[in-house]
Design a protein around this ligand. Structure first.
Ligand SMILES: *Cc1c(COP(=O)(O)O)cnc(C)c1O
Length: 402
């Protein structure tokens, strides 16, 4: 007999670093989820910008099952076919010449920051080690990446933190210019701050960072863990901004739900890493890379990428209509299918309450800080699901306003 489990089991058995919803999803298909009681939900969260092709996509499922019958894992003493094919796909589609695979966004950023430190040390010596990052940024939960993140509440309890990381306000080029120097080895930035409230960078800000990095020989690292793999309607957000980084990190949607991360860079930087300098047991395993290869090829098509722009408009139109009836949103922002609605001052701090009400109405949404509701649905969600989900969201909005 299988063990009976309920939401209470979480409190009994799990290290309480999360506070999950009161229901337990057990099955997903497309943009719909069902919980233990059989209640159906529309999924506008996409597993936090991960399930870019929805749940149980038939072609991805087929690839996973086929690969599961062939080879799961061999370790990095051997390379494998799926990892090499995925590397070539990423290289062909981006600025990159070399790829390092890992299992999560944090690990991709960890690799990027370590790469930047080593590139600088090899070329200019130990003192070129400073990293410039931004307030409210989110780069993951390892000690190095949580220190690069700009939300002290996530790092302060784990001091002493790695040294040499400095934060300035996001979208403030003058502040970045005031800090950057010959000692700077890297600037790490999200083209759109995701966890920090769905805040797009200004084009001039990213262009300015590019120029500063060129002037001071620092690596420009774009953290595209959330914005990558079609999320903004472009394969990567840098392609829309027209600003090319030296290092790009990608994860979340890359595996469509299977854990994988990658760091993309150029030959001249990659060559500073040698056998033994860095690694991870599971990185680039054939199961993850076969799935990611399929996900990547399904998303990297004009139809899917242009479709994201179309769907963006369905959301903006629907949310604008809701806001005409219940003036609750101070701003509706974001790109593609990474959309944030900031609650007006009267409803400050109530984003979580609103998403809880939405779940009662059968709609799963995210928050991005206490004042922003975030939507990151499947990139191929259909119109009927968007309309139905927004209708459910409107019922939640009307209850919050009541
Ligand atoms: C989610 C996220 C990360 C961390 O990814 P994990 O897979 O949770 O380690 C890093 N950077 C950004 C921008 C993210 O959104």
């Amino acid at each position: 007999m299988e063990q009976q489990v309920t939401r209470h089991s979480f409190d009994d058995w799990m290290v309480p670093v999360y506070s999950p919803a009161s229901f337990i999803p057990v099955r997903g298909e497309g943009s719909r989820l069902w919980d233990q009681q059989g209640k159906e939900y529309l999924d506008f969260a996409g597993g936090i910008a991960v399930n870019a092709l929805g749940h149980a996509h038939p072609e991805v499922k087929k690839t996973l099952i086929e690969q599961a019958g062939k080879l799961w894992h061999v370790g990095n003493g051997y390379t494998n076919e799926p990892v090499l094919r995925l590397a070539k796909q990423l290289i062909d589609a981006t600025f990159a010449q070399k790829v390092f695979f890992c299992n999560s966004g944090a690990e991709a950023n960890e690799a990027a920051l370590k790469l930047a430190r080593k590139v600088a040390r090899d070329s200019a010596g130990e003192s070129k080690n400073q990293i410039l990052a931004f307030n409210n940024a989110f780069h993951g939960r390892t000690l190095f990446t949580v220190s690069a993140g700009g939300q002290p509440k996530y790092s302060q309890d784990f001091a002493p933190l790695p040294a040499g990381i400095h934060h300035v306000p996001f979208n403030d080029l003058a502040a970045a210019e005031a800090f950057i120097s010959e000692q700077t080895c890297a600037v790490i930035v999200e083209p759109i701050q995701g966890e920090g409230g769905v805040v797009p960078a200004d084009r001039a800000f990213l262009q300015g960072l590019r120029e500063l990095c060129d002037r001071y020989q620092a690596l420009l690292i774009f953290d595209e863990v959330q914005t990558g793999v079609g999320r903004t309607g472009h394969l990567y957000a840098y392609q829309d901004y027209g600003v090319v980084p030296d290092v790009l990190t990608t994860a979340k949607a890359l595996g469509g739900g299977f854990p994988i991360g990658a760091m993309l860079t150029l030959d001249k930087y990659a060559k500073t890493m040698q056998p033994g300098t860095h690694g991870t047991t599971y990185g680039g395993n054939p199961l993850a890379t076969a799935v990611a290869g399929k996900v990547f090829s399904l998303i990297n098509t004009p139809t899917v990428l242009q479709g994201v722009g179309e769907r963006h408009q369905w959301f903006i139109d629907g949310l604008t209509r809701i806001n005409e009836r219940y003036p609750l949103f101070a701003e509706i922002r974001g790109k593609g299918l990474l959309i944030g609605v900031e609650l007006s001052a009267n409803y400050a701090g109530k984003a979580k309450q609103l998403t809880n009400l939405a779940a009662e109405e059968g709609l799963i949404a995210l928050i991005a800080g206490p004042d922003v509701v975030r939507f990151a649905p499947a990139l191929i969600i259909d119109r009927a699901d968007v309309e139905e989900g927004l209708a459910r969201f409107e019922r939640a909005v009307s209850r919050l306003c009541a």
